[in-house]
Design a protein around this ligand. Structure first.
Ligand SMILES: NC(=O)c1ccc[n+]([C@@H]2O[C@H](COP(=O)([O-])OP(=O)(O)OC[C@H]3O[C@@H](n4cnc5c(N)ncnc54)[C@H](O)[C@@H]3O)[C@@H](O)[C@H]2O)c1
Ligand SMILES: N[C@H](CO)Cc1c[nH]c[nH+]1
Ligand SMILES: [Zn+2]
Length: 459
C-alpha cells in the first residue's frame, strides 16, 4: 500500500492522501481507519492551546472531560458559568443560562418565512418515517390462559445536544426533537453552546419554537452534558442525553452513561463513497466536500477505477476553492480524507466493513447489490441521485449517527431510541398448573426453594 500526493494537477495543490490498497493487508487498513477518523483522541493545535490555557497544563481530551464533569457535578451552576466563560468566551449570569421565551418567539417571528415552510415540510417527512418504524406493543397468547406482552413506554424527560462550535445546526433540532415527539416524550431540553452558531443562532431558536420546544439553554460542550446528567440549580436532570457533538461532547456522554442513558457516540462526521466508472467525478467530489466541511469531517473515496481517482482529485481542488468554508474544508480533507484504489468490488466492500463509516454512499451501477454485501454503516445512500445531504437535512431517518467505527454495535437515533420496553405476563390457574413442574424443577436445581414454593403453594 502506498500513499502519495498528486503531482499532475495545475489546480491549487490539495494534499489529500492517495492510497493504493490493491495489495494492502487488513492490518494496514485498520491503522488507516484510526488515522482517518477524527473521532480518535485527536484535537487540533487550537484545541490543545485552549486546553492548556483553561487548565494550566496539557490534558488529554478524556482528562479534560473528567475534570469538567467532576466540577459540574460537585459545584453545579458555578462551574457551568466558569466553563461558559473560559471555553466559549461567554460571560453569563445564572439567570441568562436559559433562553427566555420571548427570545424564542422573536426568533420565530423574524425568521425567513421560507425557512419555516421548509422546517414544516421536513418535520412532516421525519414524522412519517419515524412513526412508521415506531415499535408497537406486542401481545401473544401462546397457550390458553397465558398472555405475554412487550410494552413500550416513552421516556419522560430527555436532553438534546445541538452543536454550535464550527457551524450552526437547526437541522439537528429537527433530527432529534421530532423523533422524540413521535415517541411521545413530553419534556425536551435543548442545549447549545453560547455562541453565534449555537444558542445565539436565531434559525436554531426559530426551529425550536416551531417544534414547540420551550426549554433551551445557553451551554455546550462537556459542561452541558454534565449539567443535564447530574442536574443543578438551573436545569433539572434528564433521563437520556442524545445528539451529536465534537470529541468533548461525545466523550462526556460516554462519561455520564450510567447516571443517564445516551444514544451513541455521534462524533465528527464521516463518509465513504464507493464508486465505479458509472459515477460522475464532480458529484463524488461534491459529496466528499459536503462532509469534510463539517471540519473535522472524514471523507473517503473507494474505487477500483484508477482514472476516477485523478478525476475526483481534480474536481476536489476545483470545487473546494468555491466553498465559503474552504480553509476549514481543506484542513479536514488533508487530515482525514483519502482517495483509495482497490482491486475490485469485493475489496471495496471488505474495506468499507473495516472502516464502519457513519455514512456510506454507493455511486455504482448496482448499489442495491453492493449494500447487501456490506454490514457496517450508520446510514447508507444508494445511487447517483441520493447525496448524503438528503439524509442530513430532509429525507426522514435521523442524521444523528454513530461515528468512529461504533456503527459495528450502535444504531443511529430514531423514535425507538426514546422508548423503554417492559414485559407484562399473565397466567390463569390451569396455565400455572401446566408450567409449574418446570419452574419448580429449575428453582430446586438453583437451590432457590422459596421460588419453587411460590409456585407449588398455588397448586
Ligand atoms: N454524528 C452525527 O450524527 C453528527 C451530526 C451533526 C454534526 N456532527 C458533528 O458534530 C461536530 C460539532 O462540533 P462543533 O465543534 O461544531 O460543536 P460542539 O457544540 O459539539 O462543540 C463545541 C463545544 O466544545 C467545547 N470545546 C471546544 N474545544 C474545547 C477544548 N479544547 N476543551 C474543552 N472543551 C472544548 C466548547 O464548550 C464548545 O462550546 C462536528 O464535528 C460535526 O461533524 C455529527
Ligand atoms: N452530516 C451530519 C451528520 O454526521 C449532519 C448534518 C447536519 N447538517 C449538515 N449535516
Ligand atoms: Zn453533514
Amino acid at each position: 500500500m502506498t500513499a502519495s500526493n498528486p503531482s499532475n494537477s495545475n489546480l491549487p495543490s490539495l494534499k489529500i492522501q492517495r492510497v493504493d490498497a490493491r495489495e494492502g493487508s487488513a492490518d494496514v487498513l485498520l491503522s488507516l481507519r484510526q488515522k482517518l477518523s477524527p473521532a480518535g483522541d485527536v484535537v487540533s493545535p487550537r484545541g490543545r492551546a485552549l486546553t492548556e490555557k483553561v487548565f494550566g497544563k496539557p490534558l488529554t481530551p478524556v482528562e479534560v472531560v473528567q475534570t469538567i464533569c467532576h466540577d459540574v457535578k460537585t459545584e453545579g451552576t458555578a462551574a457551568l458559568l466558569r466553563y461558559c466563560q473560559s471555553l466559549d468566551n461567554a460571560e453569563l449570569s445564572a439567570a441568562e443560562l436559559r433562553v427566555p421565551a420571548e427570545a424564542l418567539e422573536q426568533a420565530h417571528a423574524e425568521a425567513d418565512p421560507k425557512l419555516i415552510e421548509s422546517i414544516r415540510r421536513i418535520r412532516d417527512n421525519i414524522t412519517e418515517f419515524q412513526t412508521a418504524i415506531l415499535h408497537q406493543d406486542v401481545t401473544i397468547e401462546p397457550r390458553p390462559g397465558v398472555r405475554l406482552t412487550q410494552r413500550y413506554v416513552p421516556l419522560e424527560r430527555i436532553g438534546v445536544c445541538v452543536p454550535g462550535g464550527a457551524a450552526a445546526y437547526p437541522s439537528t433540532v429537527l433530527m432529534t426533537v421530532v423523533p422524540a415527539q413521535v415517541a411521545g416524550v413530553k419534556q425536551i431540553a435543548v442545549v447549545a453552546p453560547p455562541t453565534k452558531f449555537g444558542a445565539y443562532n436565531t434559525d436554531m431558536l426559530a426551529t425550536c419554537h416551531e417544534l414547540g420546544v420551550t426549554e433551551v439553554y445557553r451551554m455546550g460542550g462537556a459542561q452541558a452534558v454534565a449539567a443535564m446528567a447530574y442536574g443543578c440549580d438551573c436545569i433539572e436532570p434528564v433521563h437520556k442525553i442524545v445528539g451529536p457533538g465534537n470529541l468533548f461532547v461525545a466523550l462526556a456522554k460516554k462519561h455520564v452513561f450510567g447516571a443517564v442513558d445516551i444514544d451513541s457516540f455521534a462524533g465528527p462526521s464521516e463518509v465513504i463513497v464507493i464508486a465505479d466508472g458509472t459515477a460522475r467525478a464532480d458529484y463524488i467530489a461534491a459529496d466528499l466536500l459536503a462532509q469534510a466541511e463539517h471540519s473535522p469531517g472524514s471523507a473517503i473515496l473507494i474505487t477500483w477505477d484508477e482514472a476516477l481517482i485523478d478525476a475526483v482529485h481534480d474536481e476536489l481542488a476545483k470545487q473546494v476553492v468555491q466553498l465559503e468554508r474552504n480553509e476549514l474544508t481543506v484542513d479536514s480533507l488533508e487530515a482525514f480524507g483519502a482517495l483509495i484504489l482497490v482491486r475490485d468490488e469485493q475489496q471495496a466492500c471488505e474495506l468499507t466493513d473495516d472502516f464502519a463509516p457513519e455514512h456510506l454512499h454507493i455511486e455504482t451501477a448496482n448499489p442495491r447489490e453492493l449494500i447487501a454485501k456490506i454490514h457496517n454503516s450508520g446510514a447508507a445512500f444508494l445511487g447517483h441521485h441520493t447525496p448524503v445531504a438528503l439524509g442530513d437535512y430532509a429525507a426522514g431517518p435521523s442524521h444523528v449517527l454513530p461515528t468512529g467505527g461504533t456503527c459495528t454495535w450502535a444504531a443511529g437515533l430514531s423514535s425507538n431510541s426514546f422508548l423503554r420496553s417492559g414485559s407484562i405476563t399473565e397466567f390463569d390457574e390451569p396455565a400455572l398448573k401446566q408450567i409449574a413442574p418446570d419452574v419448580e424443577r429449575l428453582a430446586e436445581k438453583e437451590g432457590l426453594t422459596a421460588h419453587a414454593r411460590s409456585v407449588s403453594i398455588r397448586r
